[in-house]
Design a protein around this ligand. Structure first.
Ligand code: SF4
Ligand code: SF4
Length: 136
């Protein structure tokens, strides 16, 4: 079978060779369709994982156990910015630097290009302003 997913890596995970690991240890064929990732900065890979169903499931478990976030292709984080009280809870939780608050206006900034869709902001916001959207 083949499965198309987005793998998201926080900055510290970019120093590890996960793709080699799952090819070697789980017999997975990987086709990287799109890469938007930098060493020490993090990012995303859109990949096709090929192999037996149980091998793919084991490889995905290995990746998630080690902190890689796996999402269906096309999922995004949505923010209801108008109701934000700039409490900073989400910026503390965000591992990728996608959410920041700073001078001069001290309002929340969200950079979707840095988002690895880990969903920690969804849990952290006291106002419940984040949601995950999935492509059709
Ligand atoms: S899902 Fe939220 S916490 Fe996770 S990287 Fe994206 S903005 Fe940051
Ligand atoms: S946690 Fe929610 S209310 Fe607080 S800054 Fe983030 S989005 Fe705004």
């Amino acid at each position: 079978m083949e499965k198309k997913v987005v793998l998201s890596f926080s900055p510290e995970l970019t120093f590890r060779s996960f793709m080699n690991d799952i090819i070697r240890d789980y017999n997975i064929n990987i086709n990287i369709i799109k890469a938007d990732i930098e060493i020490a900065k993090g990012g995303r890979l859109l990949v096709t994982l090929g192999g037996e169903e149980d091998e793919i499931a084991a490889a995905e478990k290995f990746l998630t156990d080690n902190g890689v976030v796996i999402n269906p292709m096309g999922s995004t984080i949505k923010l209801d910015r108008d109701r934000c009280i700039a409490c900073g809870a989400c910026t503390s939780a965000c591992p990728s630097g996608a959410l920041t608050i700073g001078a001069p206006d001290w309002t929340l900034n969200f950079n979707p290009d840095k988002c690895i869709i880990c969903k920690l902001c969804v849990k952290s916001c006291p106002m419940k302003l984040f949601s995950v959207e999935f492509a059709e």
